[in-house]
Design a protein around this ligand. Sequence first.
Ligand code: ADP
Ligand code: MG
Length: 376
Amino acid sequence: MSDALTLEEQEGLAHRNATRIERCNLRNFALEKAAQIEFRGVTKLYGPIAAVDNPSLTVHRGEFLTILGPSGSGKTTTLMLLAGFVAPNTGDILIGGKSVAAVPSYRRDQGIVFQSYALFPHLSVRRNLEFPLEMRGIKFTERAKRVERILKRVRLNDLGDRMPSQLSGGQQQRVALARALIADPPILLLDEPLGALDRNLREQMQVELKGLHKEFGITTVCVTHDQDEALTLSDRIIVMREGRIEEADAPEVLYDRPATRFVAKFLGEANIIEDSGFKIHSDTTQPSGTLPMLRPERICIAAPAAPKRADADQRQYVTGTVADMIYAGPLRKYHVHVGSSLFVVREHVASGQQIFRSGDEVRLEWLRSDVRFVAT
Ligand SMILES: Nc1ncnc2c1ncn2[C@@H]1O[C@H](COP(=O)(O)OP(=O)(O)O)[C@@H](O)[C@H]1O
Ligand SMILES: [Mg+2]
């Protein structure tokens, strides 16, 4: 009909007619729709311990969210609540805007990968992959098609007939991922998915996982205690502490500008400077209740009499004594006594560099703009 308004036109009209408050509500509604997963007042008690203590958790559609935190901070419990394996004492969990409180885990549309892979040992790779499709009543020919497609995607084409025990750790992990993804669930839950792999394989799988996430656009919640993994994989990281969320942000923001001492220390190494006997200069004023923080790679180490750089007026210089030097392949790590503080300095190995040893006098320098402040 020519006189009927299109949906967009109707929306535009409604928006123009709306008051400011209504507009605000409209925006909130839009945000709510965008939130794929939401925790509302969720608490999980184990005796007197609140394993999960009302974190304000929202996961956006298509996001790769990592839950990071020390052992016992409530990461796994959060994921188990989300998966429906554990019921909350209080509060509600919403997926796609609907409460899932009454939905048992096997009826939830989600793929899960555990640290231990949890493949069925008595079923071949192909049969393992078919299982979630069978559960959903998908017909044999369609199942076979999907299995071949995903086998190819995770580069296991030739291994479909093997048993899990005949696969390496990395291959088993690929099968576990493929099995979680095969039914095209809107949500993927990962608990320390790469924890059992050695370093090289883990890095390879991180790339693989990132690629799969991009390709499938699947909302992913990943639990890990591995900070490198969190920084590499995530759109956003949540740092948990005693069942609560300490801070949540994009990896680069969280690493470069952590709000609290806990986050600074947990996500990488941090020089947090208190009572050092000298003042740290910064371009910004220090908020009360905070301490200055410098990342080790922002500090340069040099001989005390080395010529200063052209931008010397933007830097702070201090002298100290090397406590020790640790060689770690691509970098050297120094511990340096400055006043009553022990600084950690990280330097990328390059040719022509002067190497310092325990007891050497050195000069440390950093840009004043690299100083951060963290709440104590
Ligand atoms: N089934 C359980 N029974 C009793 N206490 C538990 C149970 N599961 C977890 N907890 C406790 O809840 C807290 C959070 O545990 P968890 O979620 O496993 O932490 P994370 O995964 O971060 O290591 C810990 O103090 C842990 O001891
Ligand atoms: Mg855990």
